[in-house]
Structure formats: C-alpha cells, structure tokens
Design a protein around this ligand. Structure first.
Ligand code: THG
Length: 265
C-alpha cells in the first residue's frame, strides 16, 4: 500500500492556524511524524486560503522537503496553483488531481504529458458527481486512455473513483468497491487511490468505519490511500489485510510490524 499522509490540510481545524502563521516547526513535526509512521507521500492542501493558496502551498512544499525525504502530494483543484508548486518541488511530486472537468483537464494535461509525474485521476466530470460503477468507469476509462495516449505511463496514474459518504447514499460503498475491482480487471497496472474518510462523514465511530472500509477495499485491489498514518489501528488493519491477500511474502511485514510494536493489533 502506498500511503499519502493527509494531515497537512488547512481544512483541519488543528493545523489551519499553523499554516496561516507559517509555523515552520509545527509543519515539520507533522511531516516527520507521518513519514516515520509509514507515509510515502505528504499531502499538502491550503485550499481554504483563497487568493493566497499558491503562496501557502509553495511554502508547505519547501518546508516539508527541507526536512523529510519524501515527495509531496500537491492537493488542489486549481491548475495554476499546481503549476507554481511543481516549480519549487524537488524530484517528482504526485499531482492531486486531474479530472475530466474540461478546464481543469486541458490546463493540467501539459503538466503531466511526457513528464515523469505521478498524477491522481479523479472520477469527476462537468456532468457532476458519478453515482454508479458504470458512471465512474466511463470517466476513468476516458482519463486513463487519454493520459496513456499523451505519454503518461500507467504506472504514474492513480485513479480515484471518489468516495462519497455512506450516510448520503446506501450504494456509495458498493459502487466505489466495484469500481476498484473493475479498474484492476480492465486496466492492469494502473494504481487506485482514494480519500477514505469521506465514507464515514456524518456517522458515529468514524475511525472504525474507515478501517472496515479500508479492509474491504484492499480485497478489491486498492493499492494506495490518502489517510492518517498516525492511526495505528488503521495501519495494522492495512498490514493484516494485505498479508491475508497474499501480498506479503512469508508474512514478513506482518511479523516485523508485530515485533517492532509498530502498529496496534
Ligand atoms: N481524493 C483526493 N484528494 C483528497 C480527497 C479525496 N484530498 C482531501 C481529502 N479528500 C483527503 N484528505 C483529508 C484530510 C483530512 C481529513 C479528511 C480528509 C480530516 N477530516 C476530519 C473530518 O472530516 O471531520 C477532521 C476535520 C477537522 O479536523 O476539522 O481530518 O477524496 N484525490
């Protein structure tokens, strides 16, 4: 599982002010903590600071990269902000995200075409939010085929079928899971990713629901996720589910995690 640490996001009350005040040490701490707990990428999102988003995102990228040897996942729907942030990022970041929305798609394509850039392909179009697996696959197929044609290798594409709250539609869980399954069947080699915690929005015991949903998604082949790596039980669930799915030769990762008491089993 490739883990994108979600905690440096200005929509979180706990960190909003640290970003606003450019509290260097606080951001470094959160980046380090996430890296030490298994994050492969550090998500940076300053979307709430309208007009100053680019300035904040650039500062976040630089602050993270001066201290942690991990690429960032630059989280903004605004292609102009992405472009500026990429310029200051060392090595190849993950871009979060391109979608089939016309303006966003056209402006972002040159940023990834023919470049070694990982990109999240969000299943969203100008026709609104998808509901069924087929809605999602229609958007995903177009995005994947177009990107591959524009010289983006499958291995750099992370399809996000979009997780929507189970409290707002009984089928949202199943349609998401079926999409993960279909993507792995029809586009072997493509990555799948999601912002998992949306599923539990508005229901009690969110962490528990998120962990359960994660395990279900792993059985369908989900191979990356945007989540809180400091949630030890989540990390334990992931480790166990991947081992049980046959993705952990000789149960090495499972046993090592147990020995190091890294996770909460
Ligand atoms: N797909 C992609 N990118 C994404 C998402 C997605 N980026 C943003 C988001 N969704 C994933 N990141 C977070 C970061 C923090 C929280 C949730 C998702 C979070 N939320 C709590 C809540 O919702 O109640 C706490 C909020 C608070 O602290 O105020 O912590 O789906 N590609």
């Amino acid at each position: 599982m490739q883990i994108v640490g979600e905690l440096i996001n200005a929509s979180r009350k706990k960190i909003r002010n640290e970003i606003k005040e450019k509290n260097y040490d606080a951001i470094v701490q959160v980046a380090r903590d996430q890296h030490e707990h298994g994050a492969d990428f550090i998500d940076v999102n300053a979307g709430i600071f309208v007009g100053q988003e680019a300035d904040y995102v650039k500062w976040l990228v630089q602050t993270v990269q001066e201290n942690v040897d991990t690429p960032c996942c630059i989280d903004t729907p605004d292609p102009a902000v992405l472009e500026e942030a990429v310029k200051v990022h060392k090595g190849t970041p993950m871009l979060n995200s391109i979608s089939l929305e016309k303006d966003r798609y056209e402006k972002m394509l040159p940023m990834v075409s023919g470049k070694d850039m990982r990109v999240i392909a969000l299943c969203m179009s100008d026709e609104g939010m998808p509901y069924t697996k087929d809605d999602r696959m229609k958007i995903a197929s177009k995005l994947i085929n177009n990107l591959v044609q524009k010289n983006v290798p499958l291995d750099n594409i992370y399809v996000d079928p979009l997780v929507q709250p189970i409290g707002s539609g009984d089928r949202f869980g199943v349609e998401f899971l079926n999409t993960i399954e279909a993507l792995n069947r029809e586009f072997e080699g493509v990555h799948t990713i999601c912002g998992l915690s949306n599923i539990s929005y508005g229901i009690p015991k969110r962490k528990f629901a998120n962990q359960t949903f994660m395990i279900m998604a792993i059985t369908k082949g989900l191979d990356s996720a945007i989540l809180n790596p400091l949630d030890k039980r989540m990390m334990a669930s992931i480790t166990a589910a991947e081992t049980l799915m046959g993705k952990d030769p000789f149960c090495e990762k499972y046993v090592t995690a147990y020995r190091e008491s890294a996770f909460e089993f």
